[in-house]
Ligand binder design. Structure first.
Ligand SMILES: C[S@@+](CC[C@H](N)C(=O)[O-])C[C@H]1O[C@@H](n2cnc3c(N)ncnc32)[C@H](O)[C@@H]1O
Length: 305
């Protein structure tokens, strides 16, 4: 069965979600996603019953309001989306601009869903005053309402009565984590951390993030971090310090769209970092061999040795 994915979202871990869930230990009580976005990993984990409960959090409050509508009022949201999608026909450009202006006034969840379905690269962008300013993609009319309704209803069925939704800074969320939870952290990409990032309402600084990982280690929390990666020979992201004792795995994330545009065949490889407490609970060698991971050179030898 396909995992539902109701929110189109740049940076979604949709294609890697099953591999990430393969690293979960047995008997996870809660998955905590402090940087939930489209929550691709929690949805995949719910689909294969890899956890009982889910805590989804994102600093983007309208996005979390959209999650609330998806889970609690899926029929209403699907109807609203269909109505908007039909109303736009023949005047897509003006309609998008009107919805964007409305959204910047009252932050309604259905407006955000429509904007994400129609905007360039499904990418949120905000100006310095916090207004959503992403342009429409004139080649896309947005997900067909029939398909959108299927995605919304399926996501609601998976998460209803099993999810807690919050819109906090990630640091406020993590004190509640316990050793029976699995924390999945997918912070905004490095290179933009620490500066104002037009993609997000809030950001993450490297030092604060590393401090949080140290704290999670001290509390024996199992966590997985999606952090950096490489395309062809080019790596991006400042390395996480060795004193965190994380195990780095790499997954092939497919052909990079930039490389495809340039006519090159480079593939993007994304890193996952597994915490010491997690590695003590799982058979890492089995996971690497059976779930298509490449350890950076020497990973298997390090685990065995
Ligand atoms: C790379 S995206 C996560 C994508 C997600 N894994 C998915 O599958 O869609 C990073 C998310 O972190 C959120 N974010 C940025 N700064 C944050 C902060 N300080 N606290 C919590 N969330 C934050 C952004 O709004 C964004 O949705």
């Amino acid at each position: 069965m396909r995992v539902p994915h109701p929110i189109p979202y740049q940076g979604s871990k949709r294609t890697l979600a099953r591999s990430i869930v393969a690293c979960f230990p047995a008997g996870v009580e809660r998955v905590i996603e402090p940087f939930a976005g489209s929550a691709a990993v929690s949805l995949a984990a719910a689909q294969c019953s890899a956890a009982q409960h889910f805590v989804l959090n994102d600093a983007n409050a309208p996005l979390m309001q959209l999650w609330h509508e998806i889970v609690e009022r899926p029929q209403d949201l699907a109807r609203r989306y269909e109505q908007m999608w039909l109303e736009q026909q023949g005047r897509e450009r003006d309609y998008y601009e009107a919805v964007r202006a409305d959204f910047n006034q009252d932050h309604a969840a259905h407006d955000l869903l429509y904007l994400l379905a129609r905007c360039v690269k499904a990418a949120v962008r905000y100006n310095t005053s916090g207004a959503f300013n992403q342009s429409p993609d004139h080649r896309r009319k947005g997900t067909h309402p029939h398909r959108m309704a299927q995605q919304i209803l399926a996501a609601s069925r998976l998460l209803k009565d099993r999810v807690t939704l919050t819109a906090l800074d990630y640091r406020e969320l993590l004190p509640q984590a316990t050793p029976r939870d699995l924390v999945y952290l997918d912070p905004p990409y490095q290179g933009v951390c620490g500066q104002r990032d037009p993609r997000y309402i809030q950001g993450v600084t490297f030092d604060a993030f590393v401090q949080i990982l140290h704290d999670l280690n001290n509390r024996e929390i199992s966590y997985i971090v999606s952090y950096d990666g490489r395309t062809g020979g080019k790596s991006f992201g400042r390395p996480l310090p060795e004193c965190l004792h994380l195990i780095q795995l790499e997954i092939d994330a497919g052909r990079s769209s930039q490389a495809t545009l340039l006519g090159r065949a480079s593939r993007t490889v994304e890193s996952l970092y597994l915490s010491p407490a997690l590695c003590r609970q799982i058979d890492l060698e089995h996971i690497i061999i059976n779930h298509g991971f490449a350890g950076p050179t020497g990973t298997l030898a390090n685990i065995r040795g």
